[in-house]
Design a protein around this ligand. Structure first.
Ligand SMILES: [Zn+2]
Ligand SMILES: [Zn+2]
Length: 254
């Protein structure tokens, strides 16, 4: 199993793409920059797993569905918390801002289905990877995910400010093999990070200490592009090897 980065940023400019990760061949975590995915990879997708409904995580969902209508005969299932899916249905694909693809039938079935995922319960996704959503400290129905495949556990924070439940739940499930954590702002903007329910490097270090495990590979995503240089310079978290995720990077965990 793998996580492959399509886009790793919490906003966009000419270089940085919005958050979107392939989880194996059949699942996408968030869809901010999903329109960059080649057609042959889009066609193997069965599920889009949304961390939450902020625009940087859902923007391209409408565009990949638009491209799928003419060639797909099975639904794309969009999963997330009830609050997240409600926002997407009501404010994005509502037949006004963009088509309601859940009402567009192809071969007798809708091209889009929504499925609410229960919190703190393991759900098996296509590709035999398991996912457990855990509420985190961020708006728009945000959840972090524990991912499990072949006994390997991965913690994926999604967007969050300082939080406790995700790390506590992860500890209960065993020692993670990898951690993917958001860092949106540099330490000089710590107050903005706190006010917007995000992390900066020093806050991320505090979060990783809550996990209580040493020497786990740490992968960082969701930086605001205009702080890239400053954040990169600050990401020397003592005792923790840190990898700043970029488009095309791949994390193997099988
Ligand atoms: Zn975001
Ligand atoms: Zn967000």
């Amino acid at each position: 199993m793998f996580i492959e980065v399509v886009g790793s940023c919490g906003s966009k400019d000419a270089i940085c793409r919005l958050t979107c990760m392939r989880l194996g061949e059949k699942v996408l975590i968030d869809a901010g920059s999903a329109a960059f995915i080649p057609v042959e990879q889009l066609d193997t997708l069965d599920v889009v797993l949304l961390t939450h409904a902020h625009l940087d995580h859902i923007l391209d969902l409408g565009f990949i569905l638009d491209s799928m209508v003419s060639r797909r005969t099975r639904p794309l299932v969009v999963m997330g918390s009830e609050a997240c899916l409600s926002i997407v249905r009501t404010h994005y694909m509502n037949g006004l801002l963009w088509p309601d693809f859940s009402k567009i039938n192809v071969g007798g079935t809708p091209i889009l289905e929504y499925k609410v995922l229960a919190d703190e319960v393991w759900t098996t996704l296509p590709g035999e990877v398991e996912c457990m959503p855990v509420p985190v400290n961020h708006p728009a129905g945000a959840r972090g995910f524990l991912l499990r495949y072949n006994g390997k556990l991965v913690v994926y924070t999604g967007d969050t400010g300082p939080t406790d439940k995700l790390w506590k739940t992860a500890r209960e499930q065993g020692e993670p093999a990898e951690v993917v954590i958001e860092v949106s702002f540099p330490d000089s903007k710590r107050s903005i990070a706190m006010a917007s329910d995000h992390l900066c490097p020093s806050l991320a270090a505090d979060e990783l200490n809550k996990l209580g495990c040493k020497d786990i590979p740490v992968h960082v995503f969701h930086m605001k592009p205009w702080f890239a240089e400053e954040i990169t310079g600050e990401l020397n978290i003592p005792g923790k090897p840190v990898n700043l995720l970029r488009s095309g990077n791949r994390i193997e965990f099988s």
